[in-house]
Each structure stands twice: as structure tokens, then as C-alpha cells.
Design a protein around this ligand. Structure first.
Ligand SMILES: N[C@@H](CCC(=O)N[C@@H](CS)C(=O)NCC(=O)O)C(=O)O
Length: 288
């Protein structure tokens, strides 16, 4: 596999979960990622397999969702590969990068930092939209680069929504679990954008804010599935702000934002595991 090191191959729901790594240029370090290949998705398979990218939340690596998100269950049935990237560069030795759970390591926020010192490698936007797919599609010719969807949780839900809304047509569909939908107006987002862009870069902040991006959307009709648990403490604390996202859609006359408030569900992977099949089904409508 060109440039990709395989560290483990684990049988899962009839397919294989591969634990992989590669040396990334954009993030200036070795990046780990996981890839689920559904049954039959071998190099010699006649038909190529579409891909769903799952972006994880704060503190996560590629492992969290692979181990307990239950995406492989639906992906196996639908014949969809799942790509699980890491959430930040690792070990760059930037001062302070390991000091907090919500900034730096494990908290790349799917942006390209422009403020020093984080501009030295914190480029998760370019990594996820360009470098990682390039590496993966080269190493795994059984995957179909023309059929890619995106989903994610919390910070990764913000990543999924913003990558989709910034790149009309690049992803066939988008969905999210408990996404940070209006980072410029919540503590997590403000801390991250302050550190990665700088306080004086408000226009730049808006370029990575799903609610702001929605206001300017002029792509095809939307069909966005979002699940938020009413028992989610981060929702209750105003970190996710799905009402702002819905209000922006309504004000812009955009149909197709389907936010489901799931009674009692919290911010944990019990929620992803419960609704993963629905999100696979949503992606499959556009990938198959
Ligand atoms: N560690 C943080 C919580 C961070 C958190 O809940 N992270 C979510 C994503 S935003 C997560 O998926 N954590 C890892 C897990 O549950 O496996 C805290 O103590 O408040």
C-alpha cells in the first residue's frame, strides 16, 4: 500500500477494520486513521465501494467510533466503507498543545490554523478534504473517489457540516450527531477559533461556522440529518446551538434541515450506537 502502514486488520461485521497510518505533509506528522472495508471490498472486486467519512469529537482518535459507534453494522449491510480520521496532528511539540481537552491535541476543529504557533501543522481542514482522501484512494483502488459522504459527532459534526457546506458537490450527503452548529457563538468554538485564527479574524471565523455558511448556501436542495439528545449536557450548556442552525435555515427559506431531538439521549457514544444505522441509511440514499 503506497505510503500507508497497516498496523492491524480486525474482522468486523463480515468485513475488515484496518488500523493504518501515514506520514502527512499538511499536518507535519504521522497520522493514524482507521478504514472499515465492508464484505467483498477487496482490490480485485469488480464494483467500487463508496465511502462515508466519520469525523470524531473532542479528545477522540480514530478508535472511539470504530470501537463503539456501531457504524460497521450498517456499513456492512449497505456495502459502504467508513473512513475514521484522527482529530488533530499529534506530537508536534507546540507549546500548550496538550494543556486542555478542548484545544490543541485531539481538538483540531477541522480548520487550517492561520495563527502562530498552530499554523505550524494544525491543518485538519486540508488534511481531511484533500490529503487523506488522496492517500486512501491511491492505496485502496476498490474505493470510489466519486462517491463520498460525510458525518460526525460534536466537533466532528461541526467538521462534517462545514466541510459539506464549504464544498458544494464534494460530498454526496451530510449528517451529524450533536454537532457544534454555531461555533462563533459557543465557548468551545470561540476558544478554538481564537487560538487557531486570532480574535481579530471574525470573517475567518464565519467561514468555518455552519450556521453562517447556511445563510449563504446557494447549492442544491439540502437534506441534512441531525440527531441531538435532549439529555446532552453540552447541548444544555449551549455548546451545540442547533436552534440557531434551524433558525438560519428557516430565515433563508431552506428546506431539508431535519433536526431530531432524541428524548433523554446524552453526548456519549451510546447515542451514536443507537442512531448509527439511520445515518448510514441516510448516506446510502445518496451513495448507492
Ligand atoms: N473530556 C471532556 C468531554 C469530552 C467529550 O465528551 N468528548 C466527546 C466528543 S465532544 C467524546 O466523544 N469523547 C470520547 C468518548 O466518549 O469516547 C469533559 O470532561 O468534559
Amino acid at each position: 500500500m503506497s505510503g500507508v502502514t497497516e498496523k492491524a486488520r480486525i474482522a468486523s461485521f463480515g468485513g475488515k477494520l484496518l488500523k493504518l497510518s501515514h506520514n502527512a505533509t499538511t499536518t507535519r506528522c504521522e497520522m493514524s486513521f482507521n478504514l472499515y472495508l465492508p464484505p467483498g471490498a477487496t482490490e480485485s472486486s469488480a464494483a467500487k465501494v463508496p465511502v462515508l467519512i466519520y469525523l470524531s469529537g473532542l479528545t477522540c482518535t480514530a478508535e472511539n467510533c470504530s470501537e463503539k459507534g456501531f457504524f460497521q453494522h450498517g456499513a456492512s449491510k449497505k456495502g459502504i466503507a467508513v473512513l475514521y480520521p484522527d482529530t488533530s496532528p499529534r506530537g508536534l511539540n507546540i507549546e500548550g498543545e496538550n494543556d486542555a481537552y478542548d484545544f490543541g491535541s485531539g481538538a483540531g476543529f477541522y480548520v487550517d490554523a492561520t495563527k502562530a504557533p498552530y499554523d505550524q501543522g494544525y491543518n485538519m481542514y486540508s488534511y481531511v478534504t484533500e490529503e487523506l482522501p488522496e492517500v486512501v484512494f491511491k492505496a485502496f483502488p476498490q474505493l470510489d473517489a466519486s462517491r463520498v459522504s460525510i458525518t460526525g459527532h460534536s466537533m466532528g459534526g461541526h467538521g462534517a457540516l462545514t466541510l459539506f457546506l464549504r464544498n458544494p458537490g464534494k460530498y454526496k450527503s451530510v449528517s451529524a450527531f450533536a454537532p457544534i452548529t454555531n461555533p462563533i457563538n459557543c465557548p468551545w468554538g470561540q476558544k478554538a477559533f481564537n487560538g487557531y485564527f486570532g480574535e481579530d479574524q471574525q470573517e475567518k471565523w464565519k467561514e468555518h461556522d455552519a450556521t453562517e455558511l447556511l445563510k449563504k448556501w446557494n447549492g442544491p436542495e439540502l437534506d441534512i440529518l441531525i440527531d441531538v439528545g435532549t439529555g446532552d449536557n453540552f447541548y444544555k450548556q449551549g455548546q451545540l446551538l442547533p436552534e440557531n442552525f434551524q433558525a438560519a435555515a428557516d430565515a433563508a427559506g431552506l428546506k431539508g434541515v431535519n433536526i431530531r431531538y432524541q428524548p433523554d439521549y446524552d453526548h456519549s457514544y451510546y447515542t451514536m450506537a443507537t442512531f448509527a444505522d439511520d445515518h448510514i441509511e441516510h448516506a446510502a440514499k445518496y451513495l448507492k
